[in-house]
Write a protein that binds this ligand. Structure first.
Ligand code: MTE
Ligand code: MOS
Length: 774
């Protein structure tokens, strides 16, 4: 029996798991091509910064199979695909802003021929080179920003620092990260009658694609339909940056009145699109002898690339996550969005949160090592707590339902932290080359879009006369299991089997004005909206059943595919059929807005988050001090997902995020040529994402099973992004292993380890110990 009581809170396979495995899942490139379909490829800027003089269109048009070549002048409407600020051209017009920027589009009879012609960009594009700024530090020194600086402060950091018993002044940086979705960016545009356009787009944000395509074509929104059944991964990379490709395909399809598909090659995807922002930090921190942080003044400089894209909300989230799990009495945080002549950086799982929180974790680690304390102890001392009013974030939100100490304590126990710490010390004393390291890091992650109005969602639930149910909602499926969770919610509400509920493709003609599936809010928002719709139908069906049974609507129960009151019952399908005959509306829309949010964007103060998700991880690593190689030998995770809607999916998200975050901090290194600004690491040959083999061989993931105090969907918590912060423990365990080679031992030596902690970075850190004689 699949009764109502069991539809949520149980592990169910991802709705498309079997299709993913068998290859039957339809991605955009698998959609059967309409007759006459043409293929587009993009010609890319060969220079990081320059003035565009001309494009040799004759040369390009003369290439085999080429039907048309389009440049900025051919765009009928706005030449912009920027989500918030209109500073992002679809095709470069006068100024070339980075090496790899699309300048023209070749439309040809086949993808191969389009790509061959587009590859002539180096000869076809004539330009005058201008000086390029290639690093965030250089841009910061020049005061070159894509957005005005942001400041988040509380108390009096300057005075606190001046009087603090101990002070730590330092600089650090962390690299960016490529989303590396397995399905690259792709859009397929099909012109429709009466000046309309259907675009199949691999995107997390169909509504924004609809708007930007409409602007580019000079259409009204109702002339553009965007559809997405699923993405082969998005990870933030398809939140705004799917737009350029959607717009080019739609522009070409309008000009030629033919269907046009644009599917990027992996190298072009790397060269054109942005990724996680790398951050540079400068910090000045005051603390006491016990490791309690008293005050901090920190510059956070993000490498935004050539345009604003989502860099403002990314920086806002970074500033709002610098505190991570800790109460910081006096802070002055300064966020600088540096403009460089590189790809425009964008959303990536965590959306700036990881870059903010990592800084305080590095600071606490250094504070502990300077004081000769176990970093865990310093972390525990600084945790948010209800005692002494240490529960207000620097942006003014109270940390309600704080489970940090309880969660951390439980993980210390279940991971056997203290015994293993002692065992590792003993191991390292007798092992001259191989060194072990251990670290525990907690996390707190705010759930909601930092922009209040985005926290809304809609859904449509259709009950057909045979009792089967179709759900449509505004969220998109990118592998995270959103459709499965939403279907579970609807099945639960109507008391029917999960197999009787189906989710259909996301479509701007079904739900209008949706927000991106982002900020981990997918199931919170769309689950509630779908629940609202299902409840409306249930209410109407209850009225009818009450008439039939001669009871009150409140007595009618929906469970196990049956509708009953006392002894009387009929199947859900029977009741639905009767309702149809009685002309009862069997479909409904649902809507949800997250309550209680307010946010002052200028002051960075308010209640931006509906609630917090918490978690902690302990990582143990083994480092080879001769080669610098490292590997995680064991990871223990305790993560808070409230009352899980689907534990199997949630654990999958936690494991995936852990390994993805580990990749960011250990192996995924981005390098741009220091003179030309060419991205050198633009393929898996040089850019190393983790594989299944890098997953910790001993990987223990548990859920902290406690209902969300906030009234979220079935008291669950969002899980998409927060666990990306768990593998901070990996980076700090590597640092711990490196520190154990110092004269003072791990608790007295504070080596400089950069991130990602590649083998080279580890060797540098080991070298810094020898050099500084610490
Ligand atoms: N999981 C998979 N398999 N693929 C993805 O692309 N994206 C992540 C996360 N988990 C992603 C994923 C990101 S960046 C976000 S914001 C959330 O999923 C979005 O989905 P949700 O809000 O439904 O959790
Ligand atoms: Mo996720 S970075 O919010 O798409």
């Amino acid at each position: 029996m699949n009764g109502a009581a069991t539809q949520v809170g149980v592990s169910r396979p991802h709705e498309s798991a079997a299709l993913h495995l068998s290859g039957e899942a339809i991605y955009i490139d698998d959609i059967a091509e309409a007759a006459g379909t043409l293929h587009a490829a993009l010609g890319l800027s060969p220079v990081a910064h320059g003035r565009l003089l001309s494009i040799d269109l004759d040369l390009l048009r003369a290439q085999p199979g080429v039907i048309a070549v389009l440049s900025a002048a051919d765009i009928p409407g706005a030449n912009n695909c920027g989500p918030l600020v209109h500073d992002d051209p679809i095709l470069a017009a006068d100024i070339l802003s980075y090496l790899g920027q699309p300048v023209f589009a070749v439309i040809a009879s086949s993808r191969e021929l389009a790509r061959r012609a587009a590859a002539l960009a180096k000869t076809a594009i004539r330009f005058e080179a201008l000086p390029a700024v290639l690093t965030a530090k250089a841009a910061h020194d020049l005061g070159q920003y894509v957005l005005p600086p942001m400041h988040l402060s509380r108390g009096d950091a300057a005075t606190t620092l001046a009087t603090a018993p101990q002070r730590l002044i330092g600089e650090w940086s962390v690299g960016g990260q490529e989303q590396f979705y397995l399905e690259g960016q792709i859009s397929y545009a099909l012109p429709q009658e009466q000046q309309a356009m259907l675009v199949h787009c691999s995107t997390q944000h169909p509504s924004e694609m609809q708007q930007l395509i409409a602007h580019a074509l000079g259409y009204a929104a109702h002339q553009v339909q965007v559809q997405c059944r699923r993405m082969g991964g998005g990870f933030g990379g398809k939140e705004s940056q799917s737009a350029l490709f959607a717009c080019v395909a739609a522009i070409a399809a309008t000009r030629l009145a033919r269907p046009v598909k644009l599917r990027l090659d992996r190298d072009d995807d790397f060269m054109i699109t942005g990724r996680r922002h790398g951050f540079d930090y400068r910090w000045d921190v005051g603390f006491d002898e016990t490791g309690m942080i008293l005050g901090a003044e920190v510059d956070l400089i993000s490498n935004c690339g050539h345009s604003a894209d989502l860099s403002a909300p990314v920086m806002a989230r970074a500033l709002c996550h610098f505190d991570n799990a800790y109460f910081l009495p006096h802070v002055a945080l300064h966020g600088f969005c540096a403009g460089t002549h590189t790809q425009s950086n964008t959303a990536f799982r965590g959306f700036g949160g990881p870059q903010g929180a990592l800084a305080i974790e590095m600071i606490l680690d250094s504070v502990a090592r300077r004081l000769g304390l176990d970093p865990l102890l310093v972390r525990q001392r600084n945790l948010y707590s209800d005692a002494g009013g240490r529960n207000i974030t620097p942006y003014g939100q109270q940390v309600e339902d704080n489970i940090l100490a309880a969660l951390t304590d439980r993980l210390i126990e279940t991971s056997d932290y203290h015994a293993r710490r002692a065992a590792i010390t003993a191991y390292n004393a007798s092992s001259p080359v191989l060194k072990k390291g251990l670290a525990l890091t907690p996390l707190k992650f705010g759930i909601s879009f930092n922009v209040v109005h985005l926290n809304q969602a809609g859904a449509l639930v259709h009950v057909y006369t045979d009792g089967s149910v179709l759900v449509n909602h505004g969220g998109t499926e990118m592998g995270q299991g959103l459709n499965t969770k939403v279907a579970q919610v609807v099945a639960h509400e109507l008391g029917i089997r999960l197999s009787d509920v189906r989710c259909s493709a996301t479509d701007t003609q079904k739900i209008a004005n949706t927000s991106a599936t982002a900020a981990s809010t997918g199931s919170d928002l769309n689950g509630k909206a779908a629940q609202d719709a299902a409840r409306k139908i249930k209410q109407r069906l209850s009225l009818l059943a009450a008439q039939l049974f001669g009871c009150t609507p409140e007595d009618v129960k929906f469970d196990g595919g049956r509708v009953s009151a006392g002894e009387q019952s009929l199947s859900f399908a029977e009741l639905v059929h009767k309702a149809y005959m009685q002309r009862v509306q069997l479909w409904a829309d649902g809507f949800y807005t997250t309550p209680g949010l307010h946010w002052d964007r200028a002051k960075l103060q308010g209640k931006p988050f509906y609630y917090f998700a918490y978690g902690a991880a302990v990582a143990e690593v083994l480092v080879d001090t001769l080669t610098g190689e490292s590997r995680v030998t064991r990871a223990d995770v305790l993560h808070d997902v409230g009352k899980s809607l689907n534990p199997a999916l949630d654990i999958g998200q936690i494991e995936g995020a852990f390994v993805q975050g580990m990749g960011w901090l250990t192996t995924e290194e981005l390098r741009w040529h220091p003179q030309t600004g060419a991205l050198l690491t633009h393929a898996p040959s040089t850019y190393k994402i983790p594989t299944a083999n890098d997953s910790p061989p001993d990987f223990r993931v548990s859920l902290f099973d406690q209902a969300n105090a906030a009234d979220s969907i079935h008291r669950s918590k969002a899980v998409g992004e927060p666990p990306l912060l768990l593998p901070f423990s990996v980076l700090l365990a590597i640092k711990d292993a490196v520190a154990s080679t110092g004269q003072a031992g791990p608790a007295g030596c504070d080596p400089l380890l950069r991130a990602p902690a590649t083998a080279e970075a580890v060797l540098c850190a080991l070298g810094s110990i020898a050099q500084r004689g610490i």
